[in-house]
Design a protein around this ligand. Structure first.
Ligand code: FNR
Length: 342
């Protein structure tokens, strides 16, 4: 197997090894106030929302992870079977490898085969140009292209990119690509300053992808056995911090939240804090590896049910009403919020 495919397998294997059922993405520091007179019936709840401007039936999806090797092809297939059965969207991992090695294209296109009518998101790094972006969309007949900004991951990887000039590529891609572009992090969080820069070049859809779940610094440090001098293990903004910091930009962007989402309450908190939808990787990876597509389908259906139950409990008819739920922040998050530049 070539070294690129091997890296894809290592990412999955180490992500799963480091997976923690409990995680610190900051959402545990947010308290939602109960609504003791909800005045709502179960059937009145509408949990539809949008992802990169496209209507979706429930406010969460399978985020980018897999493809590029025989093992990750199998994984993509299992994830796609669950996405198709439950109607939630699914993103593939970076298609960069398929642009270099046509023999691994199938590990990505299997996703579209299994999801003939649903929403599929392609994925590429921001070092790729418009031509690559078009190929990535065409390989999957993707409805959306995710472009990942993974500067911290590149820096930790010994074989990572050292030239991180990406803005021109992104600008060209969003001007010319025929599908919506969703710019995302990979678990270190996107800062307000970077959001301003993304707004300036016309980006509308951003996955804030904060710290607290899958940690690519830890994954890359494990890959090179850098246990004594780990780099960037605790770098970045948590999922809760990214949401708090993105508040002034909520009119300019439609936000996806991600990073360490573990249950329906995490999903609801992200929506209360202003996200339009939530991406889940580590939890779904763990579930599909342990329990196959059937176990993942069961989890997704349970999450849908629980999201609805929490909306009933909070007296919210739709996602927009969740924005009015009262909440409080821990003193740590409150201090973080106070330090944000006006
Ligand atoms: C990822 N992630 C990712 N993101 C991306 O944009 N392109 C990619 O190729 C990958 N690859 C990848 C592999 C594996 C095994 C995992 C677990 C994750 C990052 C992912 O989409 C997400 O941003 C982070 O993992 C944070 O979410 P979770 O995992 O904490 O829910």
């Amino acid at each position: 197997m070539n070294s690129h495919s091997h890296r894809k397998d290592e990412h999955v294997f180490i992500a799963e090894k480091l997976y923690q059922p409990e995680c610190a993405n900051g959402l545990e520091q947010i308290k939602l106030f109960p609504n003791n007179l909800p005045e709502i019936a179960w059937d009145e709840v509408d949990m539809t929302t949008t992802l990169a401007g496209i209507p979706i039936p429930a406010p969460f999806f399978i985020n980018a992870m897999s493809g590029g090797s025989p093992a990750t092809a199998k994984l993509n297939e299992k994830l796609a079977v669950a996405a198709a059965a439950t109607g939630i969207p699914m993103a593939t991992g970076s298609e960069s490898i398929a642009l270099k090695l046509p023999e691994v294209e199938k590990s990505f296109s299997i996703v579209r085969e299994k999801i003939p009518n649903g929403i599929v998101l392609g994925n590429l790094g921001a070092d790729h140009d418009l031509q690559d972006a078009k190929k990535a969309v065409s390989l999957l007949k993707a409805n959306v292209l995710e472009i990942h900004l993974n500067a911290a991951q590149e820096i930790v990887m010994p074989e990572g990119e050292r030239d991180l000039k990406w803005r021109e590529n992104i600008t060209k891609i969003i001007e010319e690509l025929e599908v919506p572009v969703l710019v995302k992090e990979v678990g270190f969080g996107i800062s307000p300053r970077s959001l301003q820069q993304l707004a300036n070049i016309g980006i509308k859809y951003v996955d804030l992808s904060g710290r607290g779940g899958t940690n690519f610094a830890k994954i890359e440090n494990q890959r090179r056995h850098a246990k004594e001098f780990p780099l960037l293990d605790s770098f970045g903004l948590s999922t809760a911090e990214t949401l708090i910091a993105s508040k002034p930009f909520q009119k300019e962007f439609s936000f996806t939240a991600s990073g360490g989402i573990r249950d329906a309450l995490d999903i609801i908190k992200c929506l209360v804090l202003g996200a339009d939808n939530v991406g889940i990787s580590g939890l779904f990876l763990h579930t599909v590896l342990k329990q196959n597509s059937a176990g993942l389908i069961e989890l997704i259906e349970k999450l849908k049910d629980q999201v609805k139950a929490l909306m009933v409990l909070l007296g919210c008819h739709n996602i927009a009403e969740l924005r009015h739920v009262d909440f409080s922040l821990s003193s740590e998050l409150y201090a973080f919020q106070k330090q944000l530049k006006k």
